[in-house]
Write a protein that binds this ligand. Structure first.
Ligand code: CS2
Length: 507
């Protein structure tokens, strides 16, 4: 029998507004007619995370209030695939939230327009400047901000920034698009939209503001001043583990949708939070949809980046060296799971403004989230761009711990495992590919035949690690960990660093 490839099933009808009423009753659908929404939000970065987090929360906020002003125009910055898939199905798509064998299936109708930036006739800046747009949101990853990690200001050498300075009428960077949109609003008069970053960065709003103002200043000092005085860039902290798209997702969606085809489904965990700094102006009632508004996100941001994301890095680099392909597999390994727990409780946790009971509860919850077997969070995805992620997720707490005299075995091992990947990725059977903006220069340092020299060369990269306290001791300990990983493998190296109380325990 000939098996048809997934996307060629000839008879499957495509998800559409007309078919919403025909979906199986177990499928949750928008409580509003998607066509009744107007566009109040412009989003840059139409990826899986946006669609499983902010767009779903926006749907719930609209459901809760019947306020039709908050449809989203979602812009894909480079690739056209998701836009083509969404447009062919009235911008609808399915979210599959997987929890311990159960799946919550919901079709999302909050996106009213899917836009492919490079081929958009109107142009993204004009869309930003439209008077109905009250909020611009972004998920464009750290590299989209073109911020120098050393100065915290715009990196003028960033390729897309250089392009936008050369060709100001056709920006390709989010920064250039925002600056042009604000220039149009300044000419026209009126209130600019609030710009709300949803990227997983430290001070995402603060960094974006710096980048946009610096960029504008290179072209027009008056515009830079106007942005500084008139545009709000609140910080926010986002959290939901979203699985990168896999070929299995459309088949799973078709099953759940009773044979209706969706070529843009997203799989994620049910857990979500979104912490947003108060701003002036209207927005959907995201507070009725899992978000909270606070005066200052700093404590939430540190807890999220250090506990969840830092431990993700630990599990990714060590787990991949042990041959595991996903975070769930690594977290289920007794020694790695115990190290993850110990790392959060004894290293990352004590550096946070979290009461002990809250820390313990969060760690328990995170271990369950990491081990969710239905989420296929692959190591390459979590491990990529490690040199950019090191400071906020790992090194900031490492510094605090060294200064407070607390031991840091987990952070040392994490860094050693990351270094090891620059050679391990070239070995046969490697389950992780290294993808890093500083990949070439780091690969040149990664000679593990002399682990101590290699560790020192990495740790002396101040563009990645800044200035470290007690450098000699740290060089030695990371070098020891690297030597052990090469000589004895992951399991023995991890076990040597476990407090016996943590091994195999759920403590
Ligand atoms: C992950 C995050 O890839 C990564 O860096 O650690 O995407 C993580 O899944 C999210 O931040 C969870 O909110």
């Amino acid at each position: 029998m000939r098996v048809l490839p997934d996307n060629s099933a000839p008879t499957a009808p495509r998800l559409s507004a007309a078919l919403l009423g025909k979906l199986p009753t177990a499928v949750v659908r928008p409580g509003f007619a998607p066509r009744s929404l107007s566009t109040g939000i412009l989003h840059l970065g139409c990826g899986s995370f946006h669609r499983a987090h902010q767009a779903l929360a926006t749907q719930h906020a609209i459901d809760a209030t019947s306020d039709p002003r908050w449809g989203i125009a979602s812009v894909a910055m480079t690739r056209p695939t998701v836009v083509a898939a969404l447009r062919a199905q009235d911008n609808l798509y399915t979210t599959l939230l997987h929890d311990d064998g159960r799946v919550r299936v919901e079709v999302v109708g909050a996106i009213v327009d899917a836009v492919h930036a490079p081929s958009d006739r109107l142009g993204v800046p004009k869309r930003i400047a439209h008077p109905d747009i009250k909020i611009v949101t972004l998920t464009v990853t750290a590299s989209g901000y073109c911020i120098s990690p050393v100065t915290g200001r715009l990196d003028e050498n960033c390729e897309s920034v250089r392009h936008d300075l050369r060709d100001p009428r056709h920006p390709i960077s989010p920064i250039g698009m925002l600056a042009n949109g604000f220039a149009a609003i300044r000419r026209r008069g009126g209130i600019p939209p609030v710009v709300l970053s949803c990227d997983n960065l430290c001070g995402n709003g603060r960094n974006l503001r710096a980048a946009v103002i610096d960029f504008a200043a290179l072209r027009d000092g008056g515009l830079a001043d106007w942005i500084a005085r008139n545009v709000q860039f609140p910080n926010s902290v986002v959290d939901r583990i979203v699985q990168p798209a896999t070929p299995a997702d459309p088949a799973a969606a078709r099953n759940w949708l009773g044979g209706i085809e969706d070529r843009a489904p997203v799989s994620a965990e049910p857990f979500m939070t979104w912490t947003i700094e108060h701003f002036d102006g209207e927005c959907p009632r995201w507070d009725l949809a899992g978000a909270r508004f606070v005066t200052d996100v700093t404590d939430y941001e540190q807890a999220k980046l250090r506990l969840l994301n830092g431990t993700h890095m630990l599990l990714a680099y060590l787990g991949a060296l042990a041959g595991y392909c996903t975070i769930a597999e690594a977290a289920a390994d007794p020694a790695l799971g115990a190290l993850a727990r110990q790392f959060m409780r004894c290293e990352q946790g004590p550096t946070l403004a979290l009461p002990a009971t809250e820390l313990h509860r969060t760690v328990d919850e995170l271990m369950v989230r990491f081990r969710n077997p239905a989420i296929c969070h692959d190591m390459t995805r979590v491990g990529r761009n490690g040199s950019d992620k090191m400071v906020p997720r790992v090194v900031a707490a490492l510094r605090d711990n060294i200064e407070a005299g607390r031991p840091t075995p987990g952070a040392e091992l994490l860094i050693a495992a990351w270094i090891r990947w620059f050679t391990a990725s070239r070995e046969p059977g490697a389950v992780m590919t290294v993808a890093d903006p500083r990949e070439n220069s780091l690969a040149a340092l990664a000679d593990t035949t002399d682990p101590h020299r290699c560790a020192r060369a990495f740790l002396q990269r101040t563009d990645i690690f800044g200035t470290l306290p007690e450098p000699h001791r740290l060089h030695r300990q990371v070098g020891d960990a690297l030597a052990e990983l090469v000589r004895d493998g992951v399991d023995a190296t991890v076990r040597r660093r476990l407090d016996p109380g943590y091994e195999g325990s759920n403590r």
